[in-house]
Design a protein around this ligand. Sequence first.
Ligand SMILES: NC(=O)c1ccc[n+]([C@@H]2O[C@H](COP(=O)([O-])OP(=O)(O)OC[C@H]3O[C@@H](n4cnc5c(N)ncnc54)[C@H](OP(=O)(O)O)[C@@H]3O)[C@@H](O)[C@H]2O)c1
Length: 286
Amino acid sequence: MRVGLIGLGVMGWRIAANLASDGLLAAVYNRSRHKAEEFSRKYSVLAADTPQDLAERTDVIITMLSDDEAVLSIVGALREKMKGKVLIDMSTISPTTSVGLAQQIMAAGGLMYDAPVIGTSIAVERRQIVILVGGPQERLDLVKEVLSHTSNSVIYVGPNGYGLYAKLVNNLLLGAYVAAMAEAFNFGLKAGLDPRFLVDLLTKYSSARSPTAELKAPKMAQGDYSVQFAMKHMRKDLEIVQQEARRIRAPLPLSALALQLYRFAEGMGLSERDFSAILELFKRSA
Ligand SMILES: NC(=O)c1ccc[n+]([C@@H]2O[C@H](COP(=O)([O-])OP(=O)(O)OC[C@H]3O[C@@H](n4cnc5c(N)ncnc54)[C@H](OP(=O)(O)O)[C@@H]3O)[C@@H](O)[C@H]2O)c1
């Protein structure tokens, strides 16, 4: 089996590194070529010239891209090369877009799976990220085998689009939760509580403590917004939730408000920072 990966960003680079270390990766492609060349030098894996070139050299293609626009453009370029091949899209995009692309890939003689992830780059490095798979049963064993090199928790959710719906359930909650956490953190700071105590409160003593609080509370205390999950990606995910909710008629008051807050924070120049930087919106608003 020859695997190719397109999209060497924060997540894609690490997924590709796992596959390369296990000897499965035949080629990589990245829009900004310098990243593909750097990866090629480090892991001795071919840097393909184009997505089509990568498709010709591989049987299973993984995409890990930013958003709908990126996936539409790359999968559009791959479509005609997909006969007999499997595409695993790990990006978080709109389920409606993904289902449309899966139909096009099927018409071209291939199969597509949505396989978005829960967890950060650290979980990818530890091969412990959660992967939620949507797609046909047909090549599921192959998909699980490829993904097992990056995750000990590959969960089949249902037909095309279902992996993405499951991912959006998570990020709806995550987006609203971290915005609420920032509000609470700022309230504590303004009341004069020590930031180090606030970390202990949110991670050890609070009845609302969570793995997310363990990850984000220390970042908030230190003002360390180095990116684990970018603000722009959280805003994008909440926008997808809004679009899908209109279609399925689900009310979304809390995540709609959280989306507005992330947009304000992006307006303050925090788009490329970790989404925990939402705290700055509260700190600077008093
Ligand atoms: N980071 C996380 O913790 C995390 C966790 C869960 C899910 N996710 C999701 O995983 C996906 C990737 O996240 P990431 O953090 O790895 O993103 P990232 O670091 O921003 O990387 C994005 C990748 O997409 C490529 N790209 C963007 N626009 C493109 C276009 N129009 N055409 C072709 N390629 C394009 C970029 O290429 P260039 O190098 O040329 O810019 C880069 O390779 C996103 O959907 C995100 O929501 C991320």
